[in-house]
Ligand binder design. Structure first.
Ligand code: HEC
Length: 134
């Protein structure tokens, strides 16, 4: 009698537990593919819209922490106000990918990270396009 009871009990707990585990597995797998898909589509949107990508990069990769976009507001780095009116695209590209090549007067070298090693080429181009809209 006792043995049959424990068997029944195990069965009663075991089956739902197994089902829950399986369902949870499906759920986790679903979440992962969903997140991957969203990321993928965001990247696609951004690639089609380099200015939006540039803005996102500027705000999320540290640029905004050191550079203001307002006239005369200096941070760790110079304000980027009027940057594209006063400089060539080549200079701006170099300032981002090899910041120690030319040092802005009044600022120190080795403060701005070497974004040539951090960002992909299309990201640098997107940043330049975004800076061009300011
Ligand atoms: C830790 C602070 C810091 C971060 C982060 C940073 N910069 Fe800089 N940046 C500087 C400093 C300091 C200078 C001036 C010294 C020099 O020329 O390297 C500078 C110079 C520049 C210049 C040249 C400005 C001019 O007037 O000639 C550009 C353009 C620039 N940064 C863009 C960027 C972009 C775009 C990002 C983000 C991808 C970025 N910076 C991130 C500190 C920073």
């Amino acid at each position: 009698m006792m043995k049959r009871k424990t068997f029944k009990l195990r069965f009663l707990i075991g089956i739902p537990l197994l089902l829950v585990t399986i369902l949870f597995g499906f759920y986790v797998a679903f979440e992962f593919t969903l997140v991957a898909e969203i990321k993928e589509s965001l990247l696609e949107i951004n690639k089609e819209d380099p200015i939006a990508l540039g803005k996102t990069l500027f705000e999320t990769r540290g640029c905004a922490g050191c550079h203001s976009l307002e006239q005369g507001v200096e941070g760790l780095g110079p304000s980027l106000y009027g940057l594209t009116e006063m400089n060539t695209i080549d200079y701006i590209r170099e300032s981002i990918t090899r910041p120690n090549e030319t040092i802005v007067e009044g600022y120190k070298a080795n403060i701005m990270p070497d974004y040539g090693k951090i960002l992909e080429e299309y990201q640098v181009e997107a940043l330049i396009e975004y800076l061009g809209t300011l």
